[in-house]
Design a protein around this ligand. Structure first.
Ligand code: CU
Length: 488
């Protein structure tokens, strides 16, 4: 007699396992389905008008409030504003700001959305909210001409942080002009409380003139198609989150950033220099990642990042595609005040000079010659204005905003005896670079300033600006004076 085949015996338990697995999977799917069904069944009581805020502020958390009928009144405004020093741009906005007003809801809310297109506007617009379950995210029901208002309603089914944007053709152009913002749908009971919350949104801009070119700059369709951004910024303009506009916190506080990316093209590698994100709600959804250095924020996407600030200082927010930060504007600041904690961060303990290749001026290899700027300054006021722009782009990083310098590293230009004593020597420092020991206001510096790649016109303007600021001598520097030093 032949032995029965072995495999037959092991088939039974395998079938059982398979059946069990199917049961487990199907019950999971079932659970997810009922969960979704549930949020659409959440009853709403009462009616309230939504608080809308301009960036970097966010409305009050929903806390434990019940789901409501929430009235949102959003006004579209086309307006001219500043991109950076001397550069103007016509922005198209939701609520008068880029990004648009922050909308804060909770799951189960019935949002009655009023979209108003200001009569002074030139174009029709609409809105696509990624938090909407429905055709076009609301776009189809909200197309509105200048001087009109459209109303539509939706129920928030999924908690999370969502982008909204205009979706009127040409869609790319409406988004590129600033028509985006964030809508938060908090879960039942609200997000866990934190000490500080802020609203930040990245966007890329395309102008006819190149970065820094003065005047009112029109949108450049070809550059947008080619994805060659002239500006990449947080909150609509180059300095929207720096200096006096910086966001703030105190040592020991927890900070939550609602970070979005309007695009239209670029993906953001969002990073805070000197901080680690304790938590990231990845892509603005439920998944929480911990201990993250840099988080990706897709165009048309968002993330919630949270961290505790432990030491004081200025923490720089960047898109870590780093030329965007230092050359195109994607740079913000978080100022933290409070007690030092030397266990966590010691501060500088020692600095010496390190010149492995011997002393001498380091020079970056350059292929392109310095280009003389096309429009020379016509008078002293223009020299000051253009000079300030050069200063903020070139000298600021080392000599600081008020020319105060950085102790032991970069000498001050404010009330600098070294500067005021000898104008040719100052010109030479800028056009040839400067190294070796110098004494400025009684303090010794022994470091290297590299040659600055500026046209004679720009050197004249920036030094005139420096000489006529912060208590300096009032010397005026001309292009001829710069050329004379160059030709020595
Ligand atoms: Cu639009």
């Amino acid at each position: 007699m032949r032995k029965p085949k072995q495999p037959n015996q092991s088939k039974m338990p395998m079938l059982l396992v398979a059946l069990l697995l199917m049961f487990v999977i199907s019950s999971c799917v079932e659970e997810k389905k009922t969960e979704l069904a549930d949020t659409s069944e959440i009853p709403v009581s009462l009616e309230m008008t939504a608080e809308l805020t301009a960036p970097p502020n966010v409305p009050t958390p929903v806390g434990r409030r019940k789901a409501k009928k929430l009235i949102v009144e959003m006004e579209i405004i086309e307006k001219e504003s500043e991109m950076t020093d001397g550069v103007r741009y016509v922005y198209w906005t939701f609520g008068g700001t880029v990004p648009g007003s922050f909308i804060r809801t909770r799951v189960g809310d019935e949002v009655e959305f009023h979209l108003q297109n200001h009569p002074d506007n030139k174009l029709p617009h609409n809105i696509d909210l990624h938090a909407v379950t429905g055709p076009g995210g609301g776009a189809e029901s909200s197309f509105v001409a200048p001087g009109h208002e459209k109303v539509f309603s939706f129920k928030t089914l999924n908690p999370g942080l969502y982008v909204y944007h205009c979706a009127t053709a040409p869609v790319g152009m409406h988004i590129a002009n600033g028509m985006y913002g964030l809508i938060l749908v908090e879960p039942e009971g609200g997000l866990p409380p934190v000490d500080k919350e802020y609203y930040i949104m990245q966007g890329d801009f395309y102008t006819k003139g190149k970065n820094g070119e003065r005047g009112l700059q029109p949108f450049d369709m070809q550059k947008a198609v080619d994805e060659h951004a002239d500006y990449v910024v947080f909150n609509g303009a180059v300095n929207a989150l720096t200096g006096d506009n910086a966001i703030t916190a105190n040592v020991g506080e927890t900070v939550r950033l609602f970070v979005g990316n309007g695009g239209p093209n670029l993906v953001s590698s969002f990073h805070v220099i000197g901080e680690i994100f304790d938590k990231v709600y990845v892509e603005g959804g439920d998944l929480v990642n911990e201990n993250v250095q840099t988080t990706i924020i897709p165009a048309g996407g968002a993330a919630i990042v949270e961290f505790r600030v432990d030491v004081p200082g200025t923490f720089i927010l960047v898109d870590h595609s780093i030329f965007r930060a230092f050359n195109k504007g994607a740079l913000g600041m978080l100022n933290v005040q409070g007690e030092e904690n030397e266990k966590i961060y010691s501060g500088e303990q020692y600095e010496g000079i390190y010149l492995p290749e011997g002393p001498g001026i380091q020079e970056m290899p350059t292929t392109n010659e310095i280009v003389e700027s096309e429009i020379p300054a016509q008078n002293f006021e223009e020299q000051m204005e253009f000079g300030k722009q050069v200063y903020m782009q070139t000298c600021f990083a080392c000599h600081q905003g008020e020319g105060q310098g950085v102790p032991n590293a970069f000498p001050p230009l404010a009330k600098s005896d070294y500067l005021n004593a000898d104008v040719d020597r100052a010109i030479s420092a800028v056009v040839n670079g400067l190294t070796g020991e110098i004494t400025v206001n009684g303090e010794k510096y022994n470091s290297v300033m590299t040659r600055q790649m500026l046209s004679s016109e720009e050197v004249a303007n920036v030094l005139t600006y420096v000489y006529n600021s912060w208590g300096n001598s009032g010397q005026v520097v001309t292009k001829q004076m710069v050329d004379k030093v160059k030709n020595k």
